[in-house]
Ligand binder design. Structure first.
Ligand code: PAF
Length: 282
């Protein structure tokens, strides 16, 4: 695996492959890789001749008081995992390469409406930061396909909207959430949990499964399901930002009888904010 840190070196390598007619897949990450990321790499490798991964902890998507400084940075381990998984090229730029201008001067990409609800409400500016960095990375790599995890359901939705609205010739593939054996969705932030919180954390997925099961059996009082799940999580010590049923296509709230449903949740245990979701099979 080749590692490059500059846009020129990245473009040079990718253009050699493109001239040969090779199909290029891209997996953007912030590093501290776990099996969820590696599943994205496996999917990318299935879909293309060449796989490019990036590692960049993007300051633009962290708000005041969030964990930008302390976000785990494990470049040596990440790099050897990517190499052994068969990634062809790792792009690991510095903040100066990605943002040569000041934060205020940076042109931003905003997907309206859906960027300011759910996680966007609790993390103002987060999705503008994500859309901006992903747009820049797409322009740098110019992949045929990019792979994102379904765990970040709203992020995936926003990236799809950005690609569609800006007519970017890039296919977006989704890869299913990878879970620990007790159901906790894999996330770099799980490492922040202490032993007691780690034991409590899988209740998020159990609550999603419980609510999904009831809907699949015909329950249509969604507000009551949301209240019960929120209370269960709060009783266990979570601070729940939201536990809500939405339409998979629009992320709007839903009425009884609607199809295309997803339950989305974000809840905090101490300082650690966990998100998860489940799509309802109907
Ligand atoms: O999902 C992530 O790790 C990040 O939001 C992404 C897509 C790499 C952009 O920084």
């Amino acid at each position: 695996m080749k590692t490059v840190n500059t846009i020129d070196a990245l473009r040079h390598t990718v253009s050699t492959w493109r001239c040969r007619g090779e199909r290029i897949a891209f997996v953007p990450t912030m590093g501290n890789l776990h099996d969820g990321h590696l599943a994205l790499i496996d999917e990318a490798k299935k879909q293309a001749d060449r796989t490019v991964a990036s590692i960049f902890v993007n300051p633009l998507q962290f708000g005041e008081g969030e964990d930008f400084e302390t976000y785990p940075r494990t470049m040596a381990e990440d790099s050897s995992q990517l190499a052994s998984r068969g990634v062809d090229l790792l792009f690991a730029p510095s903040v100066e390469v990605m943002y040569p201008q000041t934060r205020q001067q940076q042109t931003r990409v905003e997907v309206p409406d859906v960027s300011h609800i759910l996680d966007g409400e609790f993390r103002p500016g987060f999705f503008v930061g994500v859309a901006t960095v992903v747009c820049k990375l797409f322009n740098m790599v110019q992949p045929d396909i990019a792979v994102f995890g379904e765990k970040d359901f709203q992020q995936l939705h926003i990236i799809r909207r950005m690609v569609k609205d800006l007519q970017m010739p890039i296919e977006i593939a989704a890869s299913p959430t990878v879970r620990e054996s007790d159901g906790l969705a894999m996330s770099s932030r799980n490492s922040y949990l202490d032993a007691q919180q780690r034991k409590t954390a899988p209740l998020i997925y159990r609550s999603l499964l419980q609510a999904a099961g009831e809907i699949e059996r015909g329950e249509d009082d969604y507000a009551q399901l949301e209240r019960v799940a929120t209370a269960t999580l709060e009783d266990a010590g979570f601070v729940v930002d939201y536990f809500t049923l939405r339409n998979t296509e629009t992320l709007n709230p839903v009425n009884a009888g609607e199809s295309n449903l997803v339950i989305l949740t974000a809840a905090r245990l101490g300082q650690t904010r966990l998100i998860d979701n489940i799509v309802i099979s109907q």
